[in-house]
Design a protein around this ligand. Structure first.
Ligand code: DX5
Ligand code: ZN
Length: 228
């Protein structure tokens, strides 16, 4: 995985057909997805439950791009090796998930993955300032995590601040929640390069009519690129 700041679209399979993940992943990649975003929820850190390591391992052979695994779980550390074994390329943990995110970032990298840190909307940019040399990605949540299809919360000033703090470091800024062709330009202009989109990519499409996924991905990408 080489580093660059071009706009990358990462569809969240939280909005896919849960009975058909293999084909859904193949469809979004064929239609131009840059990364595949996998939302792991534990019913404790967030009020919803999704994928454990065996499910993520089953997705792996279908993902030819980058498997971007977003952990919305607490604690994180006991599960790092299991998600490494499941084949995650990037493993992102929330700064709010425990007192030792610094150690968590080291452990994710030691397990051979890229390390991401996510911030809830109520958490300031400064919370990750001392993690930036241990981190490959900062995920700015633009909804309160737990569900797809929520309304975008404007975090542009946080993104701008992070972009400044990151400077020349090879650290991605990822935006997660409520990204669509209307909101994408705001965050792209502020310095984000990875845009997660669930409902905006999957809406109106299916494995059978996957061209809609392509139209949706192109619409988000074009909107974002026009603002950079
Ligand atoms: C929210 C998840 C997001 C979500 C995005 O807890 O982390 O990845 O699936 O979905 P949309 O794009 O529908 O807001
Ligand atoms: Zn996510």
């Amino acid at each position: 995985m080489s580093f660059d700041r071009t706009i990358k679209i990462a569809p969240s399979i939280l909005s896919a057909d849960f009975a058909n993940f293999g084909q859904e992943i193949q469809a979004i990649e064929a239609q131009g997805a840059d990364w595949v975003h996998v939302d792991v929820m534990d019913g404790h850190f967030v009020p919803n439950l999704t994928f454990g390591p065996p499910a993520v391992k089953a997705f792996r052979p279908h993902v030819k791009t980058v498997m971007d695994v977003h952990l919305m779980i607490a604690p994180v550390d006991p599960y790092i090796q299991a998600y490494a074994d499941a084949g995650a390329d990037i493993l992102t943990a929330h700064i709010e998930a425990g007192p030792h995110t610094h150690r968590t970032m080291q452990a994710i990298r030691a397990a051979g993955m890229k390390a991401g840190v996510a911030l809830n909307p109520g958490t300031p940019a400064e919370a990750v300032e001392h993690l930036l040399d241990l981190t490959d990605l900062v995920c700015v949540m633009t909804v309160n995590p737990g569900f797809g299809g929520q309304k975008f919360i404007d975090m542009t000033s946080k993104v701008r601040k992070l972009r400044q703090m990151i400077g020349d470091r090879p650290v991605h800024i990822e935006i997660d929640g409520g990204v669509d062709p209307k909101t994408a330009p705001l965050v792209a202009a502020a310095g984000a390069d990875v845009l997660v989109a669930g409902s905006a990519v999957f809406k109106g499409g299916s494995v059978e009519s996957s061209g809609v996924y392509g139209d949706n991905i192109r619409a988000v990408r074009a909107a974002a690129e026009s603002a950079v």
